[in-house]
Ligand binder design. Structure first.
Ligand SMILES: [Zn+2]
Length: 168
């Protein structure tokens, strides 16, 4: 697995000065460190993790979003979904795997799976900031998404301020 932090630090749990600097500057967060260690510990059992580039993790309510490189999602979902299952059990969270560097629409679609997005548009506010409005199709039997967690994840990973609405 590739990350900002070095393998030595991830294995030992003790940070070298370089990694400590990254943590201090905010380039890497505590949760990134925790999840990177967890992923590395699973590498031996699930070798497909060796090629995964892990970017970031966001702990939002009951959801843990994991941002990996574009194209790494199948690697993380391989082994019959056992990696994601192990992550979910160890963190006691629902795991959401997202891709780094994809278009905004793709990012939002992945964020709200299994719900369908009807419309995405930008709203310009009087103070000059923007919000991204997402209108989701209200499914009959589908679970209601955790809107609060989704907003936090979009903000932290993409700097997007989300406004979520539903339509039939
Ligand atoms: Zn280090």
């Amino acid at each position: 697995m590739k990350t900002e932090l070095c393998n030595f630090c991830l294995k030992s749990g003790i940070l070298c000065s370089k990694c400590q600097g990254k943590l201090k500057s905010g380039k890497v967060s505590d949760i990134d460190f925790t999840i990177a260690r967890l992923l590395l510990s699973l590498e031996e059992k699930y070798p497909s993790l060796q090629d995964v580039h892990f970017h970031k993790a966001v702990d939002a309510d009951r959801i843990l979003a994991i941002l990996v490189d574009k194209g790494d999602v199948p690697r993380l979902l391989s082994h019959g979904g056992k990696i994601v299952k192990a992550l979910g059990e160890k963190t006691e969270k629902t795991i959401r795997v997202l891709e780094y560097g994809v278009a905004e629409r793709k990012f939002l679609e992945d964020l709200f799976v299994p719900l369908n997005i009807l419309t995405i548009n930008k709203i310009w506010l009087p103070d000059g900031t923007t919000e991204t409005r997402v209108i989701l199709k209200r499914g009959r039997r589908k679970r209601i998404p955790n809107v609060k967690a989704s907003k936090q994840i979009a903000k932290e990973l993409r700097g997007i301020t989300l406004r979520v609405e539903f339509a039939n």
